[in-house]
Design a protein around this ligand. Structure first.
Ligand code: GLU
Length: 417
């Protein structure tokens, strides 16, 4: 994933004409932390894990990004994802830098008590480098509001009441209305603009989802409410399809109980990886990175791909989509709704003031819409695809902030506002 993120960075850096040293400054992480986590196991033994936090850039504000608990977590993955957060917060123009981290573990093998202990031990080891004005973690793959609540509690034990140290918290622990569905809502808003651009409409739009976790399920629900038909959903265990459109609220209920879509009786079963090449208008990868490759890209039927996951498309696949005239709405735009409402949550925390849900959804709509328009404009003026345009926009903003902090002239970046 690190190679891929550097490839996309360089493609945009070429458009921006960034010098070699500028590229080095913008790609090298500010700080990388790797910690050992030894904690009690239920069987009286110990668990041993490695935890990571990569802080990529803070020129535009405190660093921001999720924590994932997954066997793929390592320094390289966290570095790639941290850099994506830097460009993402810049694309939606919120006052943050980028970070990412997590714990290399398989949460399915851990009890809640073990997860709790591992989380608190991890916070104990990274507490000096996170904070409301320094680096603010949030949920990501396999982490949720409950875990964010433990993080706030552990951090607050050392530094006093600090709800602003982490976002995506439970509602009754200074979380924000609308945060849970925010990423899925942002994905839906981005698609709404793409449909307008392509002269397409929600009515009867056939959408396929890979992944039905927090992001995928909420996006599916909102798209279905808009009139789309969710014709196929695949996850890590299996898939379920229905040409008339799946009953999404019923599927959400089923997944809550069974932790997979497999076995849902409101449609036909299929093998999960078939979902990527499903006969549909829109494909939403909402699970792992690197799933759209040169092996399957030519068989993708969708005309629009909305990247709800981080890094789902390899550069080779991206090239193929570009040639096939498939519109790819890149992750750093499409899934930026999550970090945007994280920003609203943090703003509420530090102001000790609560916003109504209407205000949150309204500001989210405006933020994603503005970002979409800016990316579309950048794509047009530079004659590049949406991903390159989003990187150009994000990198340009970060470069300008970096330069403005020094005595070096910023003039050469001014044309990329
Ligand atoms: N993990 C989410 C992302 O990749 C949200 C990050 C945040 O809210 O800070 O954008």
């Amino acid at each position: 994933m690190l190679e891929e993120s550097k490839y996309y960075f360089n493609k945009a850096a070429d458009v921006l004409n960034l010098p070699v040293l500028g590229r080095k400054i913008l790609t090298t992480p500010f700080r990388m932390v790797k910690v050992e986590i030894v904690s009690d196991a239920d069987n009286g033994q110990f668990h041993h894990h490695l935890g990571f936090r990569v802080q990529h850039d803070n020129s535009r504000g405190p660093m921001k990004g999720g924590l994932r608990y997954h066997p793929s977590v390592d320094a390289d993955e966290a570095e790639a994802l941290a850099s994506l957060m830097t460009w993402k917060t810049a694309v939606v123009n919120i006052p943050y830098g980028g970070a990412k981290g997590g714990i290399n573990c398989d949460p399915e093998q851990l009890s809640e008590k073990e997860l709790h202990d591992i989380t608190r031990t991890f916070v104990g080891h990274i507490k000096e480098v996170i904070g409301p004005n320094l680096d603010i973690p949030a949920p990501d793959m396999n982490t949720n509001s409950k875990i964010m609540g433990w993080i706030m509690d552990e951090y607050s034990k050392h530094y006093g009441f600090s709800p602003g140290v982490v976002t995506g918290k439970p509602l009754h622990l200074f979380g924000s209305d609308g945060r849970e569905e925010a990423t899925g809502r942002g994905v839906t808003i981005a698609l709404e603009h793409a449909l307008k651009d392509k002269d397409m409409s929600w009515e009867g739009l056939r959408v396929a989802f890979q992944g039905f976790g927090n992001v995928g399920s909420h996006a599916a629900k909102l798209m279905a409410q808009n009139g789309a038909k969710i014709v196929a959903v695949g996850d890590h265990k299996g898939g379920v399809s229905n040409p008339e459109g799946l009953d999404i609220p019923a599927l959400m209920k089923y997944v809550k109980e069974n932790r997979t879509v497999e076995g849902f009786d409101g449609g036909d079963a299929f093998k999960s990886d078939e979902v990527l090449t499903w006969d549909c208008d829109v494909l939403v990868p909402a699970a792992l990175g690197g799933v759209l490759t040169k092996e399957n890209a030519n068989d993708v039927a969708a005309k629009i791909i909305v990247e709800a996951a981080n890094g789902p498309t390899t550069p080779e696949a991206d090239e193929i989509f570009h040639k096939k005239d498939v519109l790819v709405i890149p992750d750093i735009l499409a899934n930026a709704g999550g970090v945007t409402v994280s920003y609203f949550e943090w703003a509420q925390n530090i102001q000790q003031f609560r916003w109504e849900l209407d205000r949150i959804n309204d500001e989210l709509y405006k933020t994603i819409s503005r970002a979409y328009m800016s990316v579309a404009k950048t794509a047009k003026s530079n004659n590049v695809d949406f991903r390159t345009a989003a990187f150009v926009l994000g990198i340009g903003r970060v470069a300008k902030a970096t330069m403005a902090r020094t005595h070096v002239s910023t003039s050469r970046f001014d044309e990329f506002g």
